[in-house]
Design a protein around this ligand. Structure first.
Ligand code: PMP
Length: 454
């Protein structure tokens, strides 16, 4: 290893904490310090390149060197490099982006609130709901329903929404955040249960939960159309069609967390379009700026927008907001990103590549140690199993998915281990040739690791 790279690794380890990093992996392997990118590739301080099959963290959908996005940022920095959205002021870019977001949203009208991240957007949503419920005389309407395995972020509230056991190390979730069963038929379905029966059971569980807790204590049901960081889990057949009427009947808003799915990942602009349901609000981030600026948005449809507006008028203020909410550079980049995704062929490319992506996943799933492939649009996962017939996972101490991901890295491919699955979430600009390269490298890694552990 060249001295220079060693220095970079030592410097990274000495002064920076990592988020969500498997420590044994970096203890053995060191840090990859990345310096720049080209298309879907990133380059490290050793001059090695990696095909990033995870689009960074699902967000760099236009690749790592999109000139138009960089120019939009530069132009706005030159024009007006920063402003807030407090005290009755906001930038022209913010105004234009809100108009655009409502235009491309599934809502005929609505309103937008900006944050710096997806986590803060979920936090903001919950504060909005608590605020408007209190203003409407329902201070007890506070509980939030989500699902096990869901990922909604890392702030105290969005961690509580997240249905992952790892949050126990923080003493979370907070009380009042309830996690229903993950609608993953392959893993959660019982012996002899059809997929339709499974979906009906998910709906019954929701009914029972509402009956037990009391509809008037529940502020919202929040769901990702396809669960992302839970391991790319599309809902069971008919899931949203089964739960939406129950929520409507009880007056419980359905919120679509589209931080990953939004802006094309599933082949439609919104995941809720792909799955044919109509949420009351959308949480957006990531592809919202193609990853070129940290930004999130809460997009309220007409009912919640009106209720919030009335609540704000009652006390004549919504005491919430971030310094960089609606940052003009972020908004200018987002306007450009939306144009690039919707009008310059990125969404078309997602649709064109999806059959090749699915075929590649299906082919690798023929491996006796892959139990299931799943996905939608350009997000997919392969789940490793010790025994395909019984769906028995590998012993967790073997860290099979981490080993596969590390071996991929050795072959110049970045993909992500999630539980016992390997997740692929390529950028929308990927070519067919790059997709073939991705599957070839992954296949090599799978064969290598399964030969070691089988
Ligand atoms: N919601 C979903 C569905 C996500 O996937 C994520 C991030 N992966 C978040 C919320 C949190 O977003 P952020 O990391 O920007 O806070």
């Amino acid at each position: 290893m060249p001295d220079d790279a060693k220095t970079w690794e030592a410097r990274a380890a000495a002064h920076s904490f990592y988020g969500f990093t498997d420590l044994p992996s970096i203890r053995d392997r060191g840090t990859v310090v990345v310096t720049h990118g080209e298309g879907p590739y990133v380059f490290d301080t050793n001059g090695r390149n990696y095909l990033d099959a995870n689009s960074g963290l699902w967000n760099m959908v236009a690749g790592f060197d999109h000139k138009g996005l960089a120019e939009a940022a530069k132009a706005q920095y030159d024009r007006f490099p920063g402003y807030h959205a407090f005290f009755g002021r906001m930038s022209d870019q913010t105004v234009m982006l809100s108009e655009k977001l409502i235009e491309v949203s599934p809502f005929e009208r609505g309103k937008v609130f900006y944050t710096n991240s997806g986590s803060e957007a979920n936090d903001t949503l919950v504060k909005m709901l608590w605020f408007l419920n209190r203003a409407e005389g329902n201070p007890q309407r506070t509980k939030i329903l989500t699902r096990k395995n869901a990922y909604h972020g890392v702030t105290v509230v969005s961690s509580s929404m997240t249905g992952k056991p790892y949050n126990e190390v923080f003493g979370l979730p907070l009380p009042g955040f309830l996690h229903l069963t993950c609608p993953h038929y392959w893993r959660e379905g019982q012996a002899g249960e059809t997929e339709a029966d499974f979906t009906a059971r998910m709906a019954r569980e929701l009914e029972d939960t509402i009956a037990r807790e009391g509809a008037d204590t529940i502020a919202a049901f929040v769901a990702e159309p396809v669960m992302g960081a839970g391991g790319v889990i599309p809902p069971s057949e008919g899931y949203f069609q089964a739960i939406q009427p129950i929520l409507r009947r009880h007056g419980i808003p359905l919120i679509s967390d589209e931080v990953i799915c939004g802006f094309g990942r599933t082949g439609q602009v919104w995941g809720c379009d792909t799955y044919g349901f109509r949420p009351d609000a959308i949480i957006s981030s990531k592809a919202l700026t193609a990853g070129y600026f940290p930004m999130g948005a809460v997009i309220l449809g007409p009912t919640l927008a009106d209720r919030l507006q009335n609540a704000v008028e009652a006390i004549e203020e919504f005491p919430h907001g971030f310094t960089a909410s609606g940052h003009p550079v972020g908004c200018a980049i987002s306007l450009k990103a939306i144009e690039v995704i919707l009008n310059e062929g990125l969404l078309d490319n997602v649709r064109a590549l999806t059959p090749r992506f699915e075929a590649g996943l299906a082919r690798l799933a023929e491996n006796p140690n892959i139990g299931e492939w799943r996905g939608r649009g350009l997000m997919g996962a392969l789940e490793a199993v010790k025994d395909k017939d019984t769906k028995t996972p590998f012993d967790s101490h073997l860290s099979v998915s981490e080993r596969i991901a590390n071996t991929c890295t050795d072959h110049g491919l970045i993909c992500r281990p999630l539980g016992q699955s390997i997740v692929l979430c390529p950028p929308f600009i990927m070519t067919e040739g790059q997709m073939d390269e991705m599957f070839e490298k992954l296949e090599t890694a799978l064969n290598q690791v399964f030969a070691e552990v089988a």
